[in-house]
Design a protein around this ligand. Structure first.
Ligand SMILES: Cc1ncc(COP(=O)(O)O)c(C=O)c1O
Length: 390
C-alpha cells in the first residue's frame, strides 16, 4: 500500500498546539507553523482503525494493559534494534517529559545535580529547575557542521551529578551518536555512579542508512545503569494519545521507580493508549519506511533550497527525525532580530534556537514534517524575506 504524505490536512478546530498557540507565542496568526515536533501527516491508518474499532463498544471504562501491548513493545524493540525487552522491564508513562520528571523525583533529591548537553530539548532544563534540582551543562561541540560530545569536559562536569539526561538521537541536532561516544558515556557514568536517562523518543525516526543504537545495548554496565524512554508517539504521529514507556532493566531501579509511580497511581493510561501503541508497533514497519523516505525528501529539498536562495542560513542535516537545525549565525543578527526576521518578515513560526539553551543562539529549528507543498510555500516566503533583507 502507498500512503499519501502530500495531502494537506486542515488542523483547525482540533485544538492543535502548533496552530492555536501562534497568537500567544508570536502575537499573530498569519504564520506557517513549522515548530512543535509533531507531523502534519495523518497518523497511520491502522492506528485510527484500532481506535475506531474500540469505539464500537461504547463503554469507555477503566482499561488495563493487555499482554498483547507488552508483546508488541518487545517485538518492536527486538526486530528494530535487537534489544531484548521483557514485560517486567516495561513501565507505562503518559509522556516522556512527564516520565523524565517522575524519574527525577524517583531517583534524585531536591538540590541534586543533573547534567545535560545543550543545545538540547528545552524541557530537560525546565524539568530539572522546576523540580528544584541543579542544572549542570556539558555543551556540545559543533565540528564540521555536526555536533559531537566534548568528552574531556563531560568527564569533569559529570562528577558529583546524580543523573545525566542523554538525548539519543539528539534534538535539535538530529545526531545519531557514535558507538564510541555512547561507550564512553556508559563507562564514565558507571564509574562516577551517575544514572543515565536515555531519551530515545526520536529513535524510530533514524534516517537510513544510519541505525539507532539503544543506550541499554552498549554494555551490561549501561543496561544496568539507565532508564530508557521510548514511544511510538513521534514516529507514528500520535503524541496526543500520550502513550510512552520507560524501560528499566535493573531490578533495584525498577522497584524504586514503581514505588514512586504507585504512590500516586501515575501509570494509569486511557482507553486508547495501549491499543494505539500495539497497533503502531504491530503494523508500523511499511508505513514508517514510507514516512521516513518522505521526510528524507523534504530534508533534501530544504537543504538544496537554502543553499541556492539563502546561503547565510545553513541546514545541519539531521541523521534522525524531521527537525532541521538552521545555522543562521552568518546573518549576524541578534537572537531577537533573527526571530523577528522569521516571524515578521518571512511569516514563519519556527522554534527559537535559544530555547535549547544559550548555545542555540544564532540558530532556529525547522520542522519539515509537513506536505511538500506547505514546505515549498514556506521556503518561498523565506527566500522573499531574505532577498529583501540582503
Ligand atoms: C527529545 C524529546 N523528548 C521528549 C519529547 C516530548 O515527549 P512527550 O510528548 O512524550 O512528553 C520531545 C518532543 O519533541 C523530544 O524531542
Amino acid at each position: 500500500m502507498t500512503y499519501d504524505f502530500d495531502k494537506v490536512i486542515d488542523r483547525k478546530g482540533t485544538s492543535a498546539i502548533k496552530l492555536d498557540w501562534l497568537q500567544d507565542m508570536w502575537g499573530r496568526t498569519d504564520l506557517i507553523p513549522l515548530w512543535v515536533a509533531d507531523m502534519d501527516f495523518a497518523t497511520a491508518p491502522f492506528i485510527t482503525q484500532a481506535i475506531r474499532q474500540r469505539l464500537d463498544n461504547p463503554v469507555l471504562g477503566y482499561t488495563d494493559k493487555p499482554d498483547s501491548y507488552y508483546r508488541a513493545i518487545s517485538n518492536w524493540a527486538k526486530q528494530r534494534y535487537g534489544l531484548e525487552v521483557k514485560k517486567k522491564h516495561i513501565n507505562f508513562v503518559s509522556g516522556i517529559v512527564p516520565g523524565i520528571g517522575m524519574a527525577l523525583n524517583a531517583f534524585t533529591e531536591v538540590g541534586d545535580k543533573i547534567l545535560i548537553q545543550p543545545p538540547v530539548y528545552g524541557p530537560f532544563t525546565w524539568l530539572t529547575k522546576r523540580n528544584g534540582r541543579t542544572l549542570v551543562t556539558n555543551p556540545l561541540k559543533l565540528v564540521d557542521g555536526t555536533y559531537r560530545m566534548d568528552m574531556e569536559h563531560f568527564r569533569e562536569q559529570v562528577k558529583g551529578c546524580k543523573v545525566f539526561i542523554l538525548c539519543n538521537p539528539h534534538n535539535p541536532g538530529g545526531i545519531v551518536w557514535t558507538e564510541e561516544e555512547l561507550q564512553q558515556v556508559a563507562e564514565i557514568c558507571y564509574e562516577e555512579g551517575v544514572l543515565v536517562f536515555s531519551d530515545e523518543i526520536h529513535a524510530d525516526l533514524t534516517l537510513p542508512p544510519r541505525k539507532h543504537r539503544p543506550f541499554a545495548m552498549i554494555s551490561e554496565k549501561a543496561k544496568m545503569n539507565c532508564v530508557t524512554f521510548m514511544s511510538p508517539s513521534k514516529a507514528f504521529n500520535m503524541p496526543g494519545l500520550t502513550a510512552s514507556h520507560a524501560l528499566i532493566f535493573n531490578p533495584d531501579l525498577r522497584v524504586k521507580f514503581r514505588k514512586f509511580m504507585d504512590a500516586c497511581e501515575l501509570d494509569l493510561g486511557h482507553v486508547f493508549a495501549f491499543l494505539a501503541v500495539e497497533a503502531a508497533y504491530s503494523h508500523g514497519t511499511e508505513w514508517l519506511e514510507q514516512c521516513l523516505a518522505y521526510i528524507q525528501g523534504n530534508i533534501d529539498y530544504v537543504d538544496a533550497f537554502l543553499k541556492e536562495h539563502t546561503p547565510k542560513i545553513k541546514a545541519i542535516r539531521p541523521q534522525a527525525s524531521y527537525l532541521v537545525w538552521l545555522d543562521c549565525r552568518e546573518m549576524g543578527l541578534s537572537q531577537e532580530a533573527l526571530n523577528d526576521f522569521f516571524v515578521d518578515k518571512a511569516h514563519l513560526a519556527l522554534n527559537d534556537g535559544a530555547s535549547f539553551g544559550a548555545e542555540g543562539e544564532g540558530f532556529m529549528r525547522l520542522n519539515v514534517a509537513s506536505p511538500r507543498s506547505v514546505l515549498e510555500q514556506a521556503m518561498n516566503q523565506l527566500a522573499d524575506a531574505y532577498a529583501q533583507w540582503q
